[in-house]
Design a protein. Sequence first.
Length: 229
Amino acid sequence: MKKKEIENMLNGIDDKYLAEAIGSARVTVKPYRKIAAAVVLGLVLLGTGTSVLAATNSTFRNWIRSFYVRETHSDLGKGIQVSEVKEKKDSYYLTLNHLPKGYQTKGNDTSCYYGADGDTDFFTVAYFHLQTDFTNILPMAKDLENYQTASGTVYFASSKYEHRAWLLFEQEGYMLELRDRNKVLSREEIRRIMEGATVSTEKPSVLYETLEWTEDLQESYTKFLAKYR
């Protein structure tokens, strides 16, 4: 997903998803199925400001920063320039070791899995590399729970129309999001998917796109949420 596409979604340009905040019923995936997988499509219910993943979580702040200094010379004079050096870290790849029976992708798009019951029978996954704090809210969510897996911590939210789950891996800010927009999966099935999800530095047979979550995107999403409070 391109950065501009994400920014457009955050700023509410695609009104297709505003219906989520007023309780629309079942939705159909058409050309937007890849965009629908992204966390940035979440809208906030009017008057609700609860963050699903707290920004104070120490895992989000596990980036080591260092700086180096060098001389600088110009027509104006001489001085120094201090630059930040970000430590290069290994890239981690997502593997889903459990998928519900009968669900499969179409073509090379691994963000959406379809069942046998038409356009409304699907769920989406998105794999994020968090470079800063992260906030996402499921509109009209009635409950929120969390539990541990061998790979990290899962947060699960449910509303009248949708299940949504986030798995924060232990490895340096990587996160999986699952959206069951029409509640075609049971809670137990979603839990099995999350419990089977792992990350590794070795490339798997199925390669999921890594979406980079940046400070600019977080700031844009926060401003968008403020419009609905």
